[in-house]
Design a protein around this ligand. Structure first.
Ligand code: HEC
Ligand code: HEC
Length: 229
């Protein structure tokens, strides 16, 4: 637990300084200092917003500092809500147990508040772009010979999310690759449409990796533009 807290403190420092300015930094810093020096069983969570403990791993603004933890900022609300229900009910189990404990204790109103909070945060910045023509082709047109549909046909223009399909653009590359591998090997089996397992299996290991890096490098412009007043 200590390591996670240290990691998040770094995340928060960066976030406080670069994203929200000093007031917010001050508040979060005070809160976290108290938490990180207290033994786990004496942490007083009174007065904490329900999303604050999510921030230990995912970043308080939903921008995670570790490739193990997906960014939640700017993700589709419907998708976030479904994942929390799936983790809580044990339908999604590819998280090595990290999320079930977090999700199953959430009351309905807490889950709604958390989802509203993270989905409204400004989305992540793209990682360094790794251009790959074959990945771009799979993303935009798929491969009919292998019955792989274009990713954007579900995940939306610029992979910014649509319907039940999450935003993939600017997500952590390693996280995306793990999800594709997990869909392919059956570790992640919570897709209600049951399309992702077949798609992931049809992709080679190399293609899963290059698609993930490529997606992580695409800006989430469609989402950001849609949010402009
Ligand atoms: C101890 C670390 C930890 C904490 C605290 C934590 N998570 Fe997670 N979360 C993870 C990990 C690890 C994964 C990725 C699992 C995987 O590899 O599939 C994850 C995945 C998720 C996902 C799936 C995202 C996607 O794109 O599919 C959502 C949603 C999520 N967490 C929400 C939350 C919320 C909300 C909270 C607070 C109530 C929270 N998490 C607290 C570790 C954590
Ligand atoms: C027919 C629609 C459809 C197509 C086509 C499709 N997806 Fe998906 N994808 C989904 C849905 C729906 C989910 C969410 C499943 C769930 O509820 O957990 C998803 C989830 C994912 C995730 C998990 C993201 C996360 O945050 O955990 C990844 C990665 C992904 N898709 C990649 C791809 C790639 C790459 C392609 C193209 C090769 C693709 N998808 C094509 C519907 C689709």
């Amino acid at each position: 637990m200590k390591r996670k807290l240290v990691l998040t403190r770094f995340g928060l420092t960066r976030f406080g300084l670069t994203r929200f300015g000093l007031t917010r930094l001050g508040l979060t810093w005070l809160g976290l200092t108290a938490i990180s020096t207290a033994p786990a069983d004496t942490i007083d969570t009174t007065g904490q917003e329900p999303w604050e403990r999510c921030g230990y791993c995912h970043g308080i603004d939903g921008i995670s500092m570790s490739p193990r933890f997906p960014h939640l900022a700017g993700q589709r609300a419907d998708y976030l809500a479904k994942q929390l229900l799936d983790f809580g009910s044990g339908r999604r189990t590819n998280d090595e147990g990290a999320m079930r404990a977090q999700a199953e204790i959430l009351a309905d109103d807490e889950r709604e508040q958390i989802v509203a909070y993270f989905s409204a945060q400004p989305g992540p910045e793209p990682q360094a772009e790794l251009r790959s023509e074959s990945a771009e082709r799979l993303l935009m047109t798929g491969d009919s010979a292998r019955a792989i549909p274009a990713c954007v046909s579900c995940h939306g223009t610029k992979a910014a999310g649509n319907g039940q399909a999450p935003a993939l653009a600017s997500q952590q590359a390693d996280y995306l690759r793990k999800q594709l591998d997990d869909f392919a090997n059956g570790k992640r089996a919570n897709d209600a449409l049951n399309v992702m397992p077949a798609i992931a299996k049809a992709l080679s290991v190399q293609e899963r990796a290059s698609l993930s890096s490529y997606l992580a490098g695409i800006p989430r412009t469609a989402v950001q533009e849609a949010r402009q007043p």
